[in-house]
Design a protein around this ligand. Structure first.
Ligand SMILES: [Cu+2]
Length: 181
């Protein structure tokens, strides 16, 4: 991951950050290997009362660490991009979190193995199987699973406020799906 270290509370929380993917050369040309990056971000827009969602253009607020919009790769659900897979794929998703809060990311329908931490691989015999991975501030975690359960499966933060848009009714925020083609 990379991010600003100048006026961090403003520049990082305004989105001056990103991620590099270093691909495994033994896998990058395999059609049955998917490799995705999912950057987690949070945003503070304080002109909207909590629980409401009115379309408009609002300034970001950098004065209080109170976030009310939560994104995956820069988008809130329902605008998040889903992760397409095919039956039989091995699917790697690399999660990165640079900002303030931790995000327990939960995948439905599959157990995954935790294969990397902070950019380094985890030895195969020490990889654990989970379906929620806590991505704390400053961390990256890489997960990998076999696409063996066709469907449209939610992939989302498990903090209830983080799967809303400003607490408004309905699903929002850090929510997307793994979609079988
Ligand atoms: Cu979260």
């Amino acid at each position: 991951m990379y991010h600003s270290h100048v006026n961090v509370a403003v520049q990082d929380n305004a989105g001056l950050l990103g991620g590099f993917i270093v691909e495994d050369p033994s896998k990058q040309n395999l059609p049955q290997h998917k490799d995705y990056l999912c950057l987690l971000q949070e945003w503070a827009v304080h002109q909207l009362p909590w629980g409401t969602l009115t379309k408009g253009t609002y300034p970001l607020n950098f004065k209080k660490p109170e976030f009310n919009f939560f994104t995956m790769n820069g988008k809130c659900y329902p605008s998040t991009k889903s992760f397409p897979v095919n039956f039989g794929d091995t699917v790697k998703i690399r999660f990165g979190n640079i900002q303030m809060h931790h995000h327990p990311i939960h995948l439905h329908g599959h157990q995954f193995h935790v294969v990397g931490a902070d950019g380094f691989p985890i030895a195969r015999h020490t990889q654990i199987a989970k379906n929620t991975i806590l991505v704390a501030s400053g961390e990256t975690w890489d997960i990998e699973f076999l696409a063996n359960n066709p469907g449209i499966w939610p992939l989302h933060c498990h903090m209830p406020h983080h799967v809303t848009n400003n607490g408004a009714p309905g699903v929002g925020g850090m929510f997307t799906t793994v979609n079988y083609g």
